[in-house]
Design a protein around this ligand. Structure first.
Ligand code: URA
Length: 204
């Protein structure tokens, strides 16, 4: 069996996922990324947070949400009364997608096809952790978890149920807050984000 075609039997634990995702070549994104970045957190976490994909810092460190968006997330979690170390943090796509621009690597959104291919890994993590609640951060995460494209606005604020009974809350991606130039708007959006996370705390 080629390494990239890992079979169900080869990936039985979260450690297997972390090791194997690094060698995955199911989609072309692995060609340029430094390493695959698997989810991180307690195996029995009640809440799973799903982001989009590793960013520049995550790609270099091999850990999710350690860059600027991760900082925004950490602060919002704290404000919402959620302990980050008790959550399972992962991404819809496990390799960093970027465009080289001089010395910088500019983030690019993953395509629906890339998200759908990478679902194999997200599904493994979901099956192993079995969270009560999944919180999707942004549109790519929502697609990764549901397999469908839906608007966050239409789903936000309500508790949805996934097949198997897992609850789902859809909210924005923290990097959205970093991109808002208007201070007042940013503060308002941030407060809504914290409110979504506080609702997550109540649910799980
Ligand atoms: N953005 C994400 O969606 N995930 C990360 O791990 C970091 C930034």
């Amino acid at each position: 069996v080629p390494e990239d075609l890992l079979l169900d039997d080869d990936v039985k634990t979260l450690l297997d996922v972390a090791r194997a995702v690094d060698r995955c070549t199911r989609c072309p994104l692995s060609c340029n990324a430094t390493q695959g970045v698997a989810g991180e957190g307690p195996e029995r976490a009640r809440i799973m947070l799903v982001g989009e994909q590793p960013g520049d810092r995550e790609d270099l460190q091999g850990r999710p949400f350690v860059g600027p968006a991760g900082q925004v997330l950490s602060e919002a979690l704290e404000e919402a009364g959620l302990d980050r170390t008790r959550l399972f943090l992962t991404n819809a796509v496990k390799h960093f997608k970027f465009e080289p621009r001089g010395k910088r690597r500019l983030h690019q959104n993953p395509t629906a096809a890339e998200i759908d291919i990478c679902r194999w890994w997200l599904d493994k993590e979901r099956a192993l952790v079995q969270p009560d609640l999944i919180v999707t951060l942004g549109a790519s995460a929502l697609r990764g978890v549901t397999g469908k494209s839906a608007s966050i606005t239409s789903m936000r604020g309500a508790v949805h149920e996934l097949e198997g009974g897992t609850k789902l809350l859809a909210t924005i991606h923290p990097s959205f807050l970093l991109r808002l130039p208007d201070r007042e708007r940013a503060a308002k959006e941030r407060a809504l984000f914290v409110a979504d996370l506080a609702l997550a705390r109540k649910l799980a």
